[in-house]
Design a protein. Sequence first.
Length: 79
Amino acid sequence: CKCSKTGCLKKYCECFKAGALCGDQCQCGDSCRNYAGSQALIEVCRNRKDKAGLSAAMEAALQVWRKRDGKDDKDGKDG
């Protein structure tokens, strides 16, 4: 995507529309809020009552937090 003003949190963002997080291939830059662990992404999904999107956002955030805290090993289990 090439979003610049929306923070990648609107349906016309290619990644957001597809239910995917923005990544290295995107050209959205520093304005992007469609990444794992983004509170803005979680709030948008919650406000839209998008249960699948909210679940995906929360799971992605949880994975980031686990890795940051060193609680995630190679097979994805805590311990």
